[in-house]
Design a protein around this ligand. Structure first.
Ligand code: GTP
Ligand code: MG
Length: 373
């Protein structure tokens, strides 16, 4: 029933309310996601029943790649629901949002806790631009860690738009996980973070990252209650999940046990390519680029992907293409390696660079890039 990489949307119809038990309202709307490499399911609550100001009609507008099926006509969906979604066991379940300055190690922490590459990482601040969820499920907890951009104090419109992603996620979280970069002295950005923490109406747990770089003496300058974490050696990771898990409310699972992220495959692919741009270019170039996957086809033994790297000027394009195409070739080679791990099959990646002047000032593009629905 599912063609590879197609997307299926399933609408709740009247009388399907029993399925609603397995999800709840959150800032991205009243939607339950089930995402897999080859298909996606969106369970959307009935129109007209949204009390968070979100209309599913609005959400659907302009979306491509979707195929609509009704629950009744879909044995696959019924089977999925019957086998995977009847969760009755009560565990500690909820959302935990990471709050820290850029480059503090938030995305690396998500990858360490999930033990998989969920969120992209680079040494350049403001690598993360959109909300990325990493889901950690065990017998006692389902913790949905929300990776968000590091808060930035710059007043520039683009930085403020990125900060919006973080502030929006904080409006709807059960716990704040404050992330302090153990390798740096306190920075200006942390004043905003101090304020948010002091006004928080939810529990705040503090971690200090990069403990592998700290001596016992260094550790004394951090708050006493902080948990020291190394995203490299995994020191402190279990301690954090326990501390966080115990503070979450009990309830049914929000995601199936096997899910580790809620990102769709197009986002994961474009993020992997963007990570390679961040890892191979410098100064303003990475910040002025975004990646769009134009087409993705599963050819059986091979996945064929066509993607564009957009930048804001011809001079940036020259840097991204490189001498005789050397830079774009490097980006492609690095990205293909990770994409092959993701798909567990060969990937043919065609990459092109395009100029899109002032895209950071264009609402329709920034909404897409920041994952605003
Ligand atoms: N030594 C060491 N380096 C770390 C650790 N965690 C992260 N890093 C490095 O710190 C840099 C930034 O890590 P990220 O995980 O991208 O930081 P972030 O907080 O997500 O940054 P933004 O997305 O820009 O807000 C990268 O070079 C990581 O390799 C750690 O525990 N130990
Ligand atoms: Mg990040």
């Amino acid at each position: 029933m599912t063609s590879p990489l197609s997307v299926i949307k399933v609408f709740f119809s009247c009388g399907a309310n029993s399925m609603c038990d397995n999800y709840r309202y959150h800032s991205s709307g009243c939607i339950f996601f089930k995402r897999r490499l080859k298909y996606q399911l969106y369970f959307i609550k009935e129109f007209g029943n949204f009390d968070h100001g979100y209309s599913s009609k609005k959400y659907l507008k302009g979306k491509k790649f979707y195929k609509y099926v009704s629950i009744k006509n879909s044995p696959f969906v019924k089977n999925y629901y019957d086998t995977g979604m009847k969760e009755t066991k009560q565990r500690h379940v909820g959302y935990v949002t990471l709050l820290g300055r850029p480059s503090a190690g938030k995305s690396s922490f998500i990858n360490a806790v999930i033990d998989d590459k969920i969120s992209i990482v680079s040494s350049i601040p403001q690598t993360t631009r959109r909300l990325i969820r990493g889901i950690h499920t065990n017998d006692m907890y389902q913790i949905i860690f929300q990776d968000v951009p590091g808060l930035h104090s710059s007043a520039h419109h683009w930085n403020q738009s990125i900060n919006w992603v973080t502030k929006n996620a904080l409006n709807d979280t059960d716990i704040i996980l404050r992330v302090i970069d153990g390798s740096r002295a306190k920075g200006e950005e942390e004043l905003i973070i101090d304020r948010i923490v002091s006004e928080a109406k939810v529990p705040v747990i503090t971690i200090v990252t990069k403990s592998d770089l700290l001596s016992e003496k260094d550790k004394k300058r951090f708050p006493k209650e902080a948990i020291f974490v190394s995203n490299i050696t995994h020191e402190g990771i279990d301690e954090v999940t326990k501390a966080v898990g115990e503070k979450l409310p009990t309830g049914p699972l929000l995601y199936p046990e096997s899910d580790i992220t809620d990102q769709d495959v197009y986002t994961r692919v474009s993020e992997i390519i963007r990570e390679k741009v961040f890892q191979t270019t410098y100064e303003e170039v990475p910040h002025h680029t975004y990646v769009e996957v134009e087409t993705m086809e599963d050819k059986g033994k091979l996945v064929k992907i066509l993607a564009y790297i957009f930048c804001t000027s011809e001079s940036q394009k020259k840097i991204l293409v490189g001498n005789h195409g050397s830079k774009i070739k490097d980006i492609g080679t690095l990205a293909r390696r990770d994409l092959q791990d993701l798909f567990e099959k060969k990937v043919y990646l065609e990459l092109h660079v395009k100029v899109s002047e002032n895209w950071q000032d264009r609402e329709n593009i920034t909404r897409k890039v920041l994952g605003k629905m």
